[in-house]
Design a protein around this ligand. Structure first.
Ligand code: LLP
Length: 435
């Protein structure tokens, strides 16, 4: 469910008609966020898992604008980060650093040191070698740090794109499940690095709660076995990867998704005082934004209709990279093409098939292939939906395009939350000097 809806013949973001924004002088393309959708999604996920009293660490890699992070921090969200850059932006936000978890297979000494000195909640350890390095650095600094060990559980959801699976044997992420117990035993008494629990993230997006169940069983199995040896782990971070609505604007039942997970974990939370961490990204952020773009040209190539937009893989790389589906529709369609409900495929008369492409000099630069759309004309504004996760954060300057502005709507208020880059920005760091 999101707050992008067709009313009075035009797409609205909350109380603002989207076509009013270019009219105010905002050049396309731009990302348009709905603050209340962001809040709503956080509350829905928190509400579904509330019985576990979880800490929801929003996955900053999915959407990293500090003003959006502030909205979530105000609701009590923690943050899941994977780099010194993400730590830096989180430190600019109002987020509570004790609710920050720091994952990633290749943390540098500088990043580990920064995390220790910033007193983040937990560093998620992804290898024996990393644990050793964190121990050395924490020892040098004489500072205590809490860590979670990321297990590699050998669990794969075949429906997840191969490029976003993480839990399979041989993946670069985490530590082989079979080796984790011994590693924790050997390192349980370190004076500065305290192993508090386990972490796991099996991929993104995951199609069913059953994969989490399987993973949680492995995690609690480990904590029970270690308890026999007087090693008490009480933090379970079950990662992110919860799904988002790409095909429609229906209400996903978070209660049915969370129910079986709660059933498994509740006894550990209620009787043994376990703390549960979740790291959702796209399930909170994906439906919070549309990319507003303009049709530059419509042409024929062979028997294909090609609609060339002013946005492409530089603004939204997901179709090119994962063959990902994004719903596309004109901002102000003809009356007979208005949508009461966003649902793919659209059952309407008079649609035309288009390859919807961007201006970049690559054949992989497309946003949709053979997509049935209302007839498009030069100058039409078009919205690309569900781009709040892994959209702007993966934008690039390829072909020296400037990265677009980000705009946030909160009811009838319009805020620019990131200015569009300028061509000066493109060359600002091209400085020649002798080393
Ligand atoms: N936790 C960890 C350790 C992760 O690696 C990720 C995502 C998440 C949480 C959040 O996953 P989410 O809830 O957002 O699904 N660029 C790809 C997705 C890559 C995901 C990477 N890790 C895409 O556009 O689909």
């Amino acid at each position: 469910m999101d707050l992008f809806q067709y009313k009075n013949g035009v797409l609205y973001c909350e109380d603002v008609p989207v076509d009013s924004l270019p009219a105010k002088g905002l050049p396309t393309p731009f990302y348009l966020y709905s603050a209340n959708t962001l809040r709503l999604h956080y509350k829905k996920i928190y509400g579904a898992f509330e019985k576990l009293d979880p800490v929801i660490c929003f996955s900053v890699k999915s959407s990293n604008n500090v003003h959006l992070l502030n909205e979530l921090a105000a609701l009590g969200a923690g943050m899941d980060i994977v780099s010194g850059g993400e730590l830096f932006v989180v430190k600019q936000s109002n987020a509570d650093l004790s609710k920050v978890v720091f994952a990633g297979v290749g943390k540098s000494d500088e990043e580990i040191t920064d995390a220790i000195l910033s007193e983040v909640g937990y560093i998620n350890i992804e290898s024996e070698q990393e644990l050793a390095r964190v121990q050395e650095l924490a020892g040098d600094l004489k500072r205590e740090v809490s860590v979670l060990i990321r297990i590699q559980p050998d669990i794969t959801d075949e429906k997840t794109n191969e490029k976003t699976r993480t839990g399979y044997k041989g993946a670069k992420f985490g530590i082989d499940y079979a080796n984790v117990e011994a590693l924790i035993e050997e390192n349980a008494d370190h004076p500065f690095v305290k192993i508090k629990g386990l972490h796991c993230h099996i991929g993104s997006p995951i199609s069913s709660y059953t994969f989490y169940e399987e993973c949680i069983r492995k995690m609690v199995g480990l904590t029970e076995s270690l308890k026999q040896k007087n090693i008490i782990l009480k933090v379970l971070n079950i990662g992110g990867g919860f799904p988002a609505n790409y095909m429609d604007n229906d209400n996903f039942s978070w209660e049915s998704f969370a129910g079986p997970i709660i059933e498994l974990l509740e006894p550990y939370v209620k009787k043994e005082g376990f703390k549960i961490i979740l790291e959702p990204g796209r399930s909170i952020s994906a439906n919070t934004a549309v990319l507003v773009t303009r049709v530059l040209y419509v042409k024929k190539s062979g028997d294909k209709n090609i609609a060339i937009l002013d946005a492409g893989m530089t603004e939204l790389i997901r179709p090119a990279m994962y063959n990902a589906f994004h719903f596309i529709w004109p901002v102000k369609p003809e009356a007979q093409h208005l949508l009461t409900n966003r649902n793919y495929p659209v059952e309407q008369e008079g649609l035309t098939n288009y390859d919807v492409v961007g201006p970049i000099c690559e054949s992989s630069d497309y946003l949709a292939k053979e997509r049935a759309l209302p007839p498009l004309q030069q100058g039409d504004y078009v919205a690309v939906f569900t781009v709040g996760a892994y959209g702007m954060v993966m934008a690039s300057n390829y072909n020296l395009h400037v990265r677009p502005a980000e705009v946030m709507i909160d009811k009838d208020k319009i805020y620019i939350i990131r200015e569009r880059e300028t061509q000066q920005d493109l060359v600002r760091k091209m400085i020649r000097h002798e080393l």
